[in-house]
Write a protein that binds this ligand. Structure first.
Ligand SMILES: Nc1ncnc2c1ncn2[C@@H]1O[C@H](COP(=O)(O)OP(=O)(O)OP(=O)(O)O)[C@@H](O)[C@H]1O
Ligand SMILES: [Mg+2]
Length: 247
């Protein structure tokens, strides 16, 4: 009889709060564990703290209180010099795309593979394949300034997934594309998830959340609640507390 392997913790929030020095507290007493190969939606109104929660995970900011463990390490103890290596296992899709303006679409996507040591020709071939997949086969040599917001977003997704990261953090990855393209991009993220990547997608798109039966982390008033929904990843996702307590 086949035995189910125990899920591996990738991210653990232990009573984590975040307040920016110049502003109000944003996240309160978050308690949550995300497991390897899980697929999670992160939802909440504009300003609820979705981007902030992702920034905590890729250690752009540190918790004001509590302990956040990512890949088994206390994120607050990761030094600036260790950050590139720490983030190497992550794919990041930024809400504002952040493509390099002087590189065309192809080289923006190929860059991650070049940094990982792949030769230029192979890296560009992989990048071409992926750009075709996201519907940008005609736009390889376009600079970001000549792409629409939705096209930039698709380049950003291709760039983030090309290294097959252990963890993908996608912040509003479909915010600027039409429903059909959004659905197709989600299928790409699901493919990545099937080969073992833990995926976190922040989105406002309710229809998208309803179309895919993945667990939902919902932020409201700084608190995180967890809706496990009907998921093929049942057993790989759970929350420590159904609702985090306000501090
Ligand atoms: N660097 C910062 N300094 C001070 N306050 C900040 C900073 N970044 C974000 N905030 C505040 O934190 C709160 C949450 O912002 P965040 O960007 O995480 O929300 P969000 O859920 O991603 O919103 P959206 O859906 O609009 O992208 C907001 O009230 C915002 O003003
Ligand atoms: Mg945001």
């Amino acid at each position: 009889m086949s035995q189910r392997r125990a899920p591996i913790e990738i991210i653990r929030f232990d009573q984590v709060s975040l307040g920016y020095p110049s502003g109000f507290p944003v996240l309160y007493n978050i308690n949550c564990t995300l497991y390897s190969a899980g697929f999670y939606f992160l939802t909440g109104a504009s300003g609820a703290g979705k981007t902030s929660l992702m920034k905590l995970i890729y250690r752009d900011v540190k918790p004001s209180k509590g302990v956040l463990t990512v890949f088994g390490r206390d994120a607050a103890e990761i030094s600036t010099s260790e950050l590139p290596q720490f983030r190497q296992r992550m794919g990041l899709v930024f809400q504002d795309c952040r493509l390099l303006p002087h590189l065309n679409a192809l080289d923006n996507v190929a860059l991650a593979l070049r940094i990982a040591g792949m030769d230029l020709k192979r890296a560009r071939n992989y990048a071409k394949e992926l750009l075709h997949w996201v519907g940008l086969g005609e736009h390889f040599d376009f600079l970001p300034a000549s792409l629409s917001d939705g096209q930039k977003q698709r380049v950003g997704i291709a760039r983030a997934v090309i290294t097959r990261p252990l963890l993908l953090l996608a912040d509003e990855p479909t915010g600027n594309v039409d429903d059909r393209a959004a659905y197709k991009l989600m299928l790409l993220l699901e493919e990545l998830n099937k080969i073992g990547t833990t995926v976190v997608v922040a989105t406002h798109n309710r229809a998208l959340v309803e179309s895919f039966s993945h667990p939902e982390l919902h932020l409201a008033r700084g608190e995180l609640s967890f809706n496990c929904r009907q998921s093929e990843h049942d057993g790989t996702a759970q929350n420590m507390h159904a609702r985090s307590r306000a501090i």
